[in-house]
Design a protein around this ligand. Sequence first.
Ligand SMILES: [Zn+2]
Length: 110
Amino acid sequence: MKHVHADWHDDTAVTCSCGNTFVIGSTSADLQVDICNKCHPFFTGEQRFVDRQGRVDKFLKKMAAAGTGTKSKKTKKIDTTPAEDPQSYQEILRNQQIALRSAAKSQKAA
Ligand SMILES: [Zn+2]
């Protein structure tokens, strides 16, 4: 009899990019996923930007150029990371929020 079935693992560890881990049954020994039920906006109820091609930065630049998005002409350049250095969506959003908050603070001080 030929062995045609894939090997089954009852204890496959799934690791999400947000840091969440859980165990499932799978034919893979372990799995890496980008998004899970702990960080997906559908389950968290949070609005988040899934920005992989810098579309948010592009939009912010466009708004700054139009002079409607921000009150001052001097907008702090948001640190854009290259695609080679993947961040979790939470990290991207957190960094952008920090940048926006510091920009707002420096506006108030000036
Ligand atoms: Zn996750």
